[in-house]
Design a protein around this ligand. Sequence first.
Ligand SMILES: *[C@@H]1O[C@H](CO)[C@@H](O)[C@H](O)[C@H]1NC(C)=O
Ligand SMILES: *[C@@H]1O[C@H](CO)[C@@H](O)[C@H](O)[C@H]1NC(C)=O
Ligand SMILES: *[C@@H]1O[C@H](CO)[C@@H](O)[C@H](O)[C@H]1NC(C)=O
Length: 170
Amino acid sequence: MQILSLVLFAALASADPIVYLIRHGEKPSNGSDGLSAQGLERAQCLKNVFGPNSGYDIGYIMAETPKSDGKRQRPYDTVEPLAEELGLTVDTSCSKTDYSCVADVVDNYSGSGNILICWEHKGLGEIVEELGDDDAPTYPDDDYNWIWTDPSPYTNVTAWTNEDCPGLDV
Ligand SMILES: *[C@@H]1O[C@H](CO)[C@@H](O)[C@H](O)[C@H]1NC(C)=O
Ligand SMILES: *[C@@H]1O[C@H](CO)[C@@H](O)[C@H](O)[C@H]1NC(C)=O
Ligand SMILES: *[C@@H]1O[C@H](CO)[C@@H](O)[C@H](O)[C@H]1NC(C)=O
């Protein structure tokens, strides 16, 4: 019995979270801060994509630290409605270019479920690289719809999945 418990414990302890990475929603064409109407729609859509009835089992959500002047707010605004839906608080403790901070949070995570990271698109490859992929992909400048799947041991993005948000995708 004790041996069985140990085996089970080892199996659970080694179930590292899958990391999913997304870009923030669409930006206004006039260059102002925050999300455009489309970006706000995408944020609502993500409640379905990653919500409680999805297969993603999101247990933790990260977005880059927003600035008090309204800059760097898009990633947070993109996942905040989803976080509310899941009863989670978005972790904004890592700033835009502090990719090792993100990797530390992932490596330290011992909660249940998987981790969703929302960032500026140029940072997504950097985060993947920091996690251990020495040939990280490049997120296309004009796209907003991809979910990257980066399973443990985080050495390769194994899938690009379309968020499939009605009326928004490329
Ligand atoms: C720019 O676009 C955003 C979103 O579409 C809008 O909320 C904002 O008022 C616009 N700003 C200016 C200066 O036109
Ligand atoms: C991760 O864990 C290490 C060792 O316990 C700790 O020193 C570090 O502060 C943690 N980092 C984060 C981002 O939680
Ligand atoms: C990474 O994943 C992609 C997509 O599944 C696959 O085509 C590729 O061979 C993988 N690369 C490595 C180094 O495992």
